[in-house]
Write a new protein. Structure first.
Length: 152
């Protein structure tokens, strides 16, 4: 009887993983560090204190008024990936003096210090200052990244 249940358990496990993958938008964890990558759009944190980070996208072109998914990579001062931090995000266009409309959603840790940042919606070209409040245990810091959004 127990051998009969094995295929059923495997099938249910496969369905569950397929569903979770679809919910995550089939996002794979990029291999990243703080060095230069192949990303067209990326920004390094300016003045690290507790955490160091990189905010980047795999997009070929940023479209104005369209939500995009980006990645945030975090590591501590020893170079170890920051796992399972609480993160809140926001952004402002310095020249226009306006924000993103609604804050992006940091949907959680996706592995090896990477976090998926959903619904980043730039409403105008220019320099956008993206800010992330990172809390891990008793450590907290606001990380800032400048992203240049070109005129379409």
């Amino acid at each position: 009887m127990k051998y009969f249940l094995v295929p059923i358990v495997l099938w249910i496990s496969w369905l569950t993983l397929t569903n979770l993958s679809a919910q995550a938008g089939n996002i794979s964890v990029p291999r990243c560090g703080l060095g230069p990558g192949t990303e067209k759009y990326s920004a390094l944190q300016k003045k690290p204190n507790i955490f160091r980070g990189k905010f980047f996208s795999k997009l070929e072109k940023i479209t104005i008024d369209k939500a995009h998914h980006w990645f945030l990579y975090l590591e501590d001062q020893e170079g170890k990936p920051v796992e399972n931090a609480r993160i809140e995000a926001n952004g402002i266009n310095r020249k226009a003096g306006k924000g993103l409309g609604r804050p992006p959603e940091v949907s959680g840790h996706i592995g090896r210090g990477h976090y998926l940042v959903k619904n980043v919606n730039y409403s105008a070209p220019g320099t956008w200052s993206m800010r992330f409040q990172v809390i891990q245990g008793n450590k907290a810091e606001v990380l800032a990244f400048d992203v240049e959004v070109e005129t379409p």
